[in-house]
Design a protein around this ligand. Structure first.
Ligand SMILES: [Ca+2]
Ligand SMILES: [Ca+2]
Length: 186
């Protein structure tokens, strides 16, 4: 066993080619910030990616912060949103759905953060979306989002295209609602 990192409450880890070199990096999404307390968990999460060294079991995996502002990060998914060859990260948190896009710099990588939706913010203890997944239904590329937080059984899944998700950020969700009630394809 070899320790890669020591971030408490790691909940999702996922591979993504952040710098477009056709070699994956590791993304680590803790579910809550260090020492966060119920019911609102008001400590932000360190969303991190790790460089994989040439000798993964001998050298340290260098951590890099993608974002340190979101609380209760429950779901992440990888998609090349802008088809530039670098993987982008979709994140579902108490604060909504965010898209993180890397840009290669002379030294390292910088990130652009875009809020695509807020989700249900009425119940402060269970706010925002909980899961997000990029995939396909048939040949149709689809973003799947679960509404609300923590109640996957009773909440609905929404199926949106990239364009529909981008458009939803301009709408105001009605009470007890998350994203526009659209659309199941397939
Ligand atoms: Ca890479
Ligand atoms: Ca991209």
């Amino acid at each position: 066993m070899y320790a890669v990192g020591a971030e408490p409450t790691s909940h999702r880890i996922i591979w993504a080619d952040i710098d477009g070199d056709e070699r994956k990096e590791l993304v680590n999404a803790p579910i809550m910030g260090r020492n966060a307390k119920a019911p609102l968990w008001e400590v932000a999460v360190n969303l991190i990616w790790y460089e994989i060294p040439e000798q993964p079991t001998l050298a340290p995996w260098e951590p890099h912060i993608i974002d340190d502002q979101l609380t209760v990060v429950h779901g992440i998914s990888v998609i090349d949103w802008d088809n530039d060859g670098c993987d982008d990260i979709l994140v579902a948190s108490f604060e909504g759905i965010h898209l993180f896009q890397p840009q290669k710099q002379a030294k390292g990588v910088s990130w652009t953060k875009t809020k695509l939706g807020v989700g249900d913010q009425v119940n402060r203890e269970k706010r925002g979306p909980s899961e997000i997944a990029a995939g396909k239904i048939g040949s149709e590329e689809t973003i799947t989002i679960s509404r609300g937080y923590s109640c996957l059984i009773c909440n609905l899944l929404l199926f949106l295209s990239r364009q529909q998700l981008e458009q939803s950020k301009h709408s105001t969700p009605p009470r007890n609602n998350c994203y526009p009630d659209i659309l199941t394809k397939g």
